[in-house]
Design a binder for this molecule. Structure first.
Ligand code: 2U9
Length: 357
């Protein structure tokens, strides 16, 4: 009996895992195990022998079962310890930084411009990018023979044979929105129209899609003087300078009369633009008094109302403020300058297929 005890307690102590323990349990105290066999032999013993051997076998069985349970718990503890060591986690490590997206510079400048004009009482009007040639040209006093209407300069929408709808174009300026606003709201009116426009042009200073913001103020006695003040306030605020000289140069647009291109005083010292000082002049926008034909097209009586209008390229003024040399940088996946100005979200090769093309 003592041999049995030594044997099984020894095996239990050496068992490497739960499977080994189970095998020992079956061999020792299972239904057909060695202790059960010994119990069967009790019948052959004398009552005196049985009285000694019976309790001793039961005690042996209990002892083996307790040893098995203790070893099982020990193995489980050891397994948990090993797992905890394996899955160790340093909660004091600094968190991994998350890349953040940023607003596109065109959207940012568009918002800056909108905010400046909003302070002067202009609200924002928006309209379709595909519009009829009437809204895009005729209503703006651009006659049928005007070169701007040629397919060379304007993207016309394809029309199937037999389609009798008026020709549609990708708007070449945001002016159709202003005609629609005049129709919808009448006079007086003070709006700006920011948005994408399309022209068949592509070089260092032109992309087929670019962005404009146009402004329109219509009232009983609006003059070029109001126009000048509004533009001065805009330039000071946008370029963050206290004062600036504006120069109006006589020009011609079909939709304004008189018309003027507007330059601002600046210097280009060391290749950097400084607005408001120096001896250079920089053209930033076109403007004028709304042509009576345009007021009429928008359903406004030119005998009772007059107004000023202006238009500028958002991409262009973004380039000037942020020093972008080539307009194509905005649209052409050349992200070097964006990186230069800290637009780090765009600096992920896996997102954009690399930085050079
Ligand atoms: C209405 C009446 C008049 C908008 C105007 C300009 C002059 C102009 C250009 C600037 C650079 C276009 O983006 S650009 O290429 N625009 O010079 N735009 S006056 O005149 C309007 C608009 C709407 C109803």
């Amino acid at each position: 009996m003592n041999d049995l005890k030594q044997k099984y307690l020894g095996q239990i102590a050496d068992a490497a895992d739960e499977n080994a323990l189970e095998a020992i349990r079956l061999a020792a105290v299972g239904k057909k195990g060695e202790v059960a066999l010994k119990m069967r032999e009790l019948g052959k013993m004398t009552p005196e022998e049985r009285q000694v051997a019976g309790p001793a076998l039961n005690a042996l069985k209990d002892e083996i079962n307790s040893a098995l349970a203790a070893k099982k718990a020990g193995l489980a503890d050891a397994a948990l310890d090993a797992r905890l060591r394996e899955e160790w986690l340093d909660v004091t490590l600094p968190a991994r930084g998350r890349r953040q997206g940023t607003i596109h510079p065109i959207s940012q400048v568009s918002e800056e411009v909108t905010a400046i004009f909003a302070e002067m009482g202009f609200s924002v009007a928006e309209g379709p990018r595909i519009d009829t040639d009437w809204y895009n040209f005729d209503a703006l006093n651009i006659p049928g023979h005007h070169p701007a209407r040629a397919e060379m300069d304007t993207f016309y929408m394809h029309r199937a044979e037999g389609d009798n709808r008026p020709p549609h174009v990708l708007r070449t300026h945001t002016s159709p929105v202003q005609i629609r606003s005049m129709e919808a709201m009448g006079a007086p009116l003070r709006i700006i129209c920011p948005g994408g426009v399309y022209r068949a042009d592509y070089d260092q200073t032109h992309t087929p899609m670019f962005h404009q913001v146009e402004g329109l103020a219509i009232d009983k006695d609006i003059s070029m003087a109001h126009l000048k003040w509004v533009l001065e306030e805009f330039v000071k605020s946008y370029f963050e300078v206290d004062g600036v000289d504006l120069r109006f140069r006589a020009s011609h647009f079909p939709f304004t009369e008189p018309s003027a291109e507007v330059d601002i005083r600046c210097s280009w010292e060391g290749g950097t633009l400084k607005v408001g000082e120096g001896d250079d002049w920089l053209e930033i926008l076109g403007s004028g008094m709304v042509h009576p034909n345009v007021l009429k097209a928008g359903g406004i009586d030119p005998e009772a109302w007059q107004g000023f209008a202006f238009g500028m390229g958002i991409d262009r003024i973004a380039m000037l403020k942020y020093g972008v040399p080539d307009l194509r940088a905005f649209f052409d996946s050349d992200l070097r300058w964006l990186r230069h100005y800290g637009f780090s979200a765009l600096d992920q090769p896996n997102l954009h297929g690399g930085l050079s093309r």
